[in-house]
Design a binder for this molecule. Structure first.
Ligand SMILES: [Zn+2]
Length: 296
């Protein structure tokens, strides 16, 4: 799936690496209540929930932002041929992502910047590709940006014998560092005169959101604040992957308030088509308003 949005001066393309009815909500959300899906099923079925399988549809989206002088990739999915033992849907994946990227008008040697919002293995995969048995940066002329807090947490955990990344540091992060292309984001508040970097701790300790304005409109790449639109209706539901649960709840609540107030178009990593949307108040909670490419 490839969807391009013209957003002010920016051309924003979402490329779906894969999607499917992959997640059992009773596992993904420890606080899951099937009555919520029953109540919301008029909009959840058939796009976001498969009622026979009782599975949530989840996508892996890679975002590409083209400005007048930059090509920026935000999060890089699972990647091809990465050994992901125990995760069948990701293990040794083989998609046509680079062909799809070219179809969006982007050759990999023209990419200027890659940002990993956090270091989970489904956000760093296409940082590298396998060439002659070695992992090399997929984007040879790009700088790669990773939040320093995130890097220190994941690398530090590894040094303490805890593997938080499923092997992705070795095949997707360290080769970029070895090539001299890695830049850690420390206290920067802005990037490229385009993005405001906002700390979004909870899902992981160092995750960031990227807020931006173009053509008078507010947008935000919100990483894994949500995995599924259900969490807009029930922002009190963390996933089992949220490493700092209390922080994740506060970050999600703050995000929803700001996104609703600013009428921001948000671009999440794991929603199925049309991938992007806005937030509307609904009683004591919120509602997801998906956008088509022509509604921007
Ligand atoms: Zn993710």
């Amino acid at each position: 799936m490839i969807r391009t949005f013209q957003f002010g001066d920016l051309k924003i393309t979402g490329i779906t690496e894969f999607f499917g009815p992959t997640h059992d909500p009773t596992v993904l959300y420890p606080k899951y209540d099937p009555a919520v899906v029953e109540k919301e099923k008029s909009w959840l079925v058939p796009d976001h929930y498969h009622p026979d399988l009782k599975r949530l549809y989840i996508a892996i989206n890679i975002w590409v932002v083209q400005t007048h002088d930059r090509i920026i990739i935000i999060d890089t999915g699972v990647g091809n041929r990465k050994k992901r033992v125990g995760i069948d849907r990701m293990d040794q994946l083989n998609t046509l992502f680079l062909t799809w990227l070219a179809a969006a008008g982007v050759q990999r040697d023209k990419v200027t910047d890659v940002i990993n919002t956090h270091l989970h293995l489904d956000h760093v995969g296409w940082n590298t590709m396998l060439v002659d048995g070695k992992w090399v940066p997929t984007f040879p002329n790009a700088r790669y940006y990773i939040p320093e807090r995130e890097y220190n947490h994941f690398v530090g955990s590894r040094k303490n014998g805890v593997d938080l990344d499923g092997g992705s540091l070795e095949d997707s992060v360290f080769p970029v560092e070895a090539a001299g292309q890695l830049q850690l984001l420390t206290d920067e508040k802005h990037l490229f005169d385009l993005f405001e970097i906002v700390q979004a701790p909870g899902h992981t300790p160092g995750m960031i959101n990227l807020w931006f304005k173009s053509g008078g409109r507010q947008g935000v790449f919100c990483a894994d604040i949500f995995h599924h639109p259900l969490q807009i209706v029930r922002p009190d539901w963390n996933t089992l992957y949220c490493m700092l649960p209390e922080d994740a709840l506060k970050t999600r609540a703050d995000f929803l308030k700001k996104a609703e107030e600013t009428k921001a178009v948000f671009f999440p990593c794991h929603f199925v088509l049309p991938h992007a949307g806005t937030i509307k108040h609904n009683g004591n909670s919120y509602e997801y308003v998906p956008l088509t490419t022509t509604q921007l």
